[in-house]
Ligand binder design. Structure first.
Ligand SMILES: C[S@@+](CC[C@H](N)C(=O)[O-])C[C@H]1O[C@@H](n2cnc3c(N)ncnc32)[C@H](O)[C@@H]1O
Length: 270
């Protein structure tokens, strides 16, 4: 089994995605979606950005490596009556089912960054975007002080070292690497732009319960806890994560969590 696929099918990312819906809506609102726009959402999960794009009239294809998330996305589209939004399985680094120049907009929010072959992934994103179209990626930033980079940093100190040759998904949060990958895929450097943006995780329970959700449903955190358990360190990992989530929580209510996290927003005009 492909380990990248196994990682994302292991948990149930829909349970985490529920805390990201508002920011997904806001991000899509900023994209200037118009009716009939042909949109590919890569690493779409259960449709946090695909569904708002479709509800603004775009024709949306969501592609994700995890079959459980593809199924969840199709069910959500059906429940919303969005016949212009379809989800199908695929690998961002090898989009063989998709023809060249098919999309006006390729969007990938914390999605394609997790595909293991970044140069192939950039090439595929450029290939399926029509000339005059654009690519928008949201990528977490390594060593950033906000939530997601810190979860990964803490988790990695409880996990075995990655296999040799592994390229961290977080490298997509470094401008030089992004430029290198997209220019080698044929994009022009002056057409690549960056800005810092923010996503807020909102959860209707205290931070410790959001940590529990990550532990139960988020593949990378599940793996970190499995490794920590094997070394008798699961309680330490839990308390480090709880301290992080509590420290970053901005909700004024003790029954709710609201944690902003900074990401690198990449735009490529093709
Ligand atoms: C952090 S989740 C983000 C999901 C969604 N974009 C969102 O904003 O909710 C990462 C997603 O990337 C998907 N993914 C990971 N590797 C992939 C690959 N090689 N090709 C396509 N999707 C991939 C995972 O299955 C998962 O749905």
């Amino acid at each position: 089994m492909n380990p990248n696929k196994a990682l994302w099918e292991k948990g149930d990312f829909t349970r985490i995605a529920e805390s990201m819906r508002e920011s997904g809506e806001a991000l899509v609102e900023s994209l200037g979606i118009t009716p009939g726009l042909q949109v590919l959402d890569l690493g779409c999960g259960d449709g946090t950005t695909a569904l708002p794009a479709a509800s603004r009239g775009a024709d949306v294809l969501g592609v994700d490596i995890a079959s459980n998330l593809v199924e969840a996305g199709n069910k959500r589209a059906e429940a919303l009556g969005l016949t212009n939004c379809k989800f199908q399985e695929g690998d961002a680094s090898d989009l063989q089912a998709l023809a060249d120049d098919s999309f006006d907009l390729v969007v990938s929010i914390f999605g394609a960054m997790f595909a293991p072959k970044p140069f192939d992934t950039a090439k595929e994103m450029v290939r399926v975007t029509r000339p005059g179209g654009r690519i928008v990626m949201g990528n977490w930033i390594p060593n950033d002080p906000t939530l997601v980079a810190q979860i990964l940093k803490i988790s990695s100190s409880y996990s075995p070292p990655p296999p040799e040759g592994f390229i961290s998904p977080m490298t997509w949060g470094v401008e030089e690497y992004v430029i290198e990958r997209f220019t080698s895929a044929g994009a022009r450097e002056e057409k690549i732009s960056f800005l810092r943006d923010s996503y807020t995780f909102r959860f209707p329970a205290p931070p410790s319960e959001l940590v529990a959700s990550f532990r139960a449903y988020y593949g990378p955190t599940m793996n970190a806890f499995e490794a920590a358990e094997a070394n008798g360190r699961a309680a330490d990992l839990e308390s480090e994560l709880e301290a992080l989530f509590n420290e970053q929580n901005e909700s004024p209510s003790s029954d709710a969590t609201s944690i902003p996290a900074t990401f690198l927003r990449v735009s490529v005009a093709v």
